[in-house]
Design a protein around this ligand. Structure first.
Ligand code: SF4
Ligand code: SF4
Length: 286
């Protein structure tokens, strides 16, 4: 089973919960693949005490960046009007210029060019790494996607990460996909591959607002959703309860604002807590 751990906003404890769930599943004897799909800021490896240079490079992620042949270009501007990312601009009567940072390598401009004046040159935008975590009797493997600094569009890295996940997932009892926060394209790319997803939230008005967004996205993607309330007890849960009722989804766990959890987090260790075991039991039917 592939389980997404997601959240409408950052900082709600998504990665901490993912690693905590994985840790508990491994302790229960399951073979687990953890996929860190928060490729702009991956940190599951840090929570497992792993440095990125210890991991095995699994795949390079490239996108095709357009190069315009100035001799062939008839300066019609079709490519500029086709680009939805505003990555091409054109001064009157000139050959269009590329704003490389904004180009996501979708290839639409080269397809649209009436005289085939655009070719695509592969450019590396990120990498996927794999690590078979030692001292787990082969029961825990981590896949991490990493967007190259300076690039804004994370979806190509998430898409390749999902391909690698599909290639290696056989033999694992559970795959836990720690998505990016929010509801944008790379979150959608991750959630399209999961069987079910947990939305992590916290009992604040902002947490409730963003929970509403991510549960709406889950409904649109037809992904069965459940909710975990992190830092339970720090505030009034009425607004979160209202959102949960509106979407008719179950709350499968409440993680209290507990000193032991905070101390594990500060030490960079996977959290071990009865609230995590409760969630894992709900997930495994135990
Ligand atoms: S490849 Fe796509 S994003 Fe890049 S310039 Fe062409 S149309 Fe725009
Ligand atoms: S669509 Fe082709 S011919 Fe037209 S401006 Fe762009 S590169 Fe030049």
């Amino acid at each position: 089973m592939i389980i997404g751990v997601t959240g409408g906003k950052g900082g709600v404890g998504k990665s901490t919960l993912s690693v905590g769930i994985v840790h508990a599943l491994v302790k229960h004897g399951y073979k687990v693949l953890l996929v860190d799909a928060d490729v702009e800021c991956p940190n599951d490896h840090l929570l497992l005490g792993i440095q990125i240079n210890e991991m095995v490079h699994a795949r390079e992620v490239t996108v095709g960046k357009p190069v315009i042949n100035e001799d062939e270009c008839i300066k019609c501007g079709v490519c500029v009007r086709t680009c939805r990312e505003s990555a091409l601009f054109q001064l009157p009567g000139q050959v269009p210029q590329l704003l490389s940072d904004q180009c996501i390598g979708c290839g639409a401009c080269s397809l649209a060019c009436p005289v085939k004046a655009i070719t695509e040159i592969p450019e590396r935008v990120g990498d996927v790494y794999r690590y078979d975590v030692p001292n787990t009797s082969g029961r825990l493997t981590l896949l991490t996607g990493m967007l190259k600094p300076g690039y804004e569009e994370a979806s190509p890295v998430v898409n390749v990460l999902m391909d690698v996940m599909e290639d290696v997932r056989e033999g694992f009892d559970y795959v836990i996909v720690d998505t990016a926060p929010g509801t944008h394209c790379n979150v959608i790319s991750s959630l399209r591959h999961v069987d079910r997803a947990i939305a992590v939230t916290e009992p604040t008005p902002l947490g409730a607002h963003d929970l509403d967004l991510i549960l709406t996205l889950g409904t649109e993607l037809k992904v069965p959703m459940s909710v975990v309330i992190n830092r339970a007890g720090i505030g009034d849960e009425t607004e979160v309860d209202d959102v949960v009722s509106k979407h008719g989804v179950p709350v499968i766990g409440r993680i209290p604002y507990d000193k032991r959890i905070f101390e594990s987090y500060v030490r960079g260790e996977p959290i071990e807590h009865e609230s995590i075991n409760y969630i894992v039991n709900r997930l495994t039917g135990g």
